[in-house]
Design a protein around this ligand. Structure first.
Ligand code: ZN
Length: 257
């Protein structure tokens, strides 16, 4: 049974609901989430509730951590969004629901190793195997940072899945990086002796200049990347109506950056 992998939703309910409907239309019933459920976007409570209901489990991303504990190393726009997001959780009038959401955020794991499909063992982290919450693995690193990539691949047996950069694609240990568009059929076929770090892209704030929501499906023999258009207007409009959320957070959704 294939598993859908979503990540970096960033409180964009319009994008999340479109992706969940697409997953359901494929009759896939198992969904996992690599973190950053909240932060930047206008619908943090709705997104946390959907992930709680629909996902087998989620990891903790740096923005989930920032909202639950404190935003460290955030730029002013991200920090302001984190404080606004915290207020939304705090202002929930239903005490049991408020507690359940905090409980859920507090129990998010930073690293999971699991047999996700068939015999294949998969390591799941939000950022990187070295620093699970905060380290970015950028596509350029394959070219410019071979030592970093070697150190990362030293910590990977087989396949790792990550998010955090909001740029989908596959890193191999040559090292090399393949955007989904350069893979035949938007799919990467697993090879038994080849390591791979797979970035599933972002549901709610893609940054590869393609504004469509991104996620991936792990099949027994391959990972398949999926892009879907969603109603950007509705999310951007809400962002612009909320003072602490910088307007740029809405504008960037149209450009996918
Ligand atoms: Zn993110």
């Amino acid at each position: 049974m294939p598993t859908a992998v979503i990540s970096d939703i960033h409180a964009n309910a319009s994008a999340l609901k479109t992706v969940l409907a697409d997953i359901e239309s494929r009759e896939i019933t198992r969904i996992i989430c690599l973190g950053d459920i909240v932060g930047y976007g206008p619908d943090p409570l709705e997104c946390v509730d959907l992930v709680r209901q629909k996902c087998a489990w989620s990891l903790m991303g740096n923005h989930d951590f920032g909202v639950l504990y404190e935003p460290t190393n955030f730029n002013p726009g991200a920090e302001s969004a984190a404080f606004w997001t915290r207020e939304q959780f705090d202002q929930e009038p239903d005490a049991a629901l408020r507690a359940a959401r905090y409980e859920f955020l507090g129990r998010l794991r930073v690293r999971v190793v699991e047999k996700i499909e068939g015999p294949r063992q998969v390591l799941a982290v939000h950022g990187s195997p070295r620093r699970p919450i905060n380290e970015y693995i950028f596509p350029d690193d394959a070219m410019n940072a071979p030592d970093k990539m070697e150190s990362i691949f030293d910590r990977v047996e087989g396949v790792a899945i990550v998010g955090h950069t909001h740029v989908p694609g596959v890193f191999t240990d040559e090292p090399d990086f393949y955007p989904p568009g350069e893979l035949g059929d938007m799919s990467f076929k697993f090879q038994n002796d080849e390591k791979a770090v797979i970035n599933v892209g972002s549901v709610g704030q893609p940054r590869d200049h393609d504004p469509r929501a991104s996620y991936a499906i792990i099949h027994e023999d391959r990972v398949q990347f999926v892009r879907i258009p969603y109603d950007i207007d509705s999310t951007a409009r809400k962002i612009k109506s909320i003072g602490p959320l910088n307007d740029w957070l809405g504008d960037r959704l149209y450009e996918g950056r």
